[in-house]
Ligand binder design. Structure first.
Ligand SMILES: O=c1ccn([C@@H]2O[C@H](COP(=O)(O)O)[C@@H](O)[C@H]2O)c(=O)[nH]1
Length: 237
């Protein structure tokens, strides 16, 4: 598993921008010891691997959030390509199944200590119980998250993406070392937007989240660096 030069900042800032220069202007105000960065589908599709390499070269730990979901051979090759970029974390969808997750894990073995953390998405934090039911899953979000997290742990991955609302359940069922990465984080008073299973940063950390994914509450703030500092202060307080 990749060792990091930056300590262990808890906040992963979701860089969801259509304009690369706007994203880089924000990054210029940030310190790799205070946050990590997440690159998702929008920026990767627009600006490709070179954008990821730029962030890595600036000394940031990068979570490449492309949520791979495909046949085992394809996903294995995709996570190996992510490892080549030098990212700190990469993810797949747990609903791709055990064989797919095991293939992804095996593809990272040659990277040894340089391998990124490999985690799996359970139930998207934007989904309600009703929306989950519409996909044919009749369990509650918490039950489905736990079932997929167990499958992920059995496949040998490092952790899952879930909402902070499931964090205490997962920590008690799966143990302290299994990493919980939680989007849907909203400081008190901020707009939920399309997120549904949300929690404040302080409560998420107390509930057992290892890493908090925070996008718009920081990136759309009048002063993003100040918004990050306030969140970090609330976590240490
Ligand atoms: O279940 C999930 C998985 C991924 N995400 C991603 O996290 C960020 C959240 O951004 P906000 O602006 O804080 O809502 C975004 O990039 C999503 O693609 C998620 O929200 N939920």
């Amino acid at each position: 598993m990749q060792t990091t030069r930056n300590g262990d900042p808890k906040v992963l800032i979701a860089l969801d921008f259509a304009d690369e220069q706007q994203a880089l202007a924000l990054v210029a105000q940030l310190d790799p010891a205070q946050c990590r960065l997440k690159v998702g589908k929008e920026m990767f599709t627009l600006f490709g691997p070179e954008f990821v390499r730029t962030l890595v070269a600036k000394g940031f730990d990068v979570f490449l959030d492309l949520k791979f979901h495909d046949i085992p051979n394809t996903v294995a090759k995709a996570v190996a390509a992510a490892a080549e970029l030098g990212v700190w974390m990469v993810n797949v969808h747990a609903s791709g199944g055990s064989r797919m997750m095991e293939a992804a894990k095996a593809a990272l073995a040659p990277y040894g200590d340089r391998a990124p953390l490999l985690i799996a998405v359970t139930v998207l934090t934007s989904m309600t119980a009703e929306e989950l039911n519409q996909t044919g899953v009749l369990r509650s979000p918490a039950e489905q998250v736990l079932a997929l997290a167990r499958l992920t742990q059995q496949a040998g991955l490092d952790g899952v993406v879930c909402s902070a609302q499931e964090a205490s359940l997962l920590k008690s069922e799966l143990g302290p070392d299994f990493k919980l990465v939680t989007p849907g984080i909203r400081p008190a008073g901020s707009d939920a937007g399309d997120q549904r299973r949300i929690m404040t940063p302080e409560l998420a950390l107390k509930a057992g989240s290892d890493y908090l994914v925070i996008g718009r509450p920081i990136t759309q703030a009048e002063d993003p660096a100040a918004a990050l500092s306030a969140i970090n202060a609330s976590l240490h307080g």
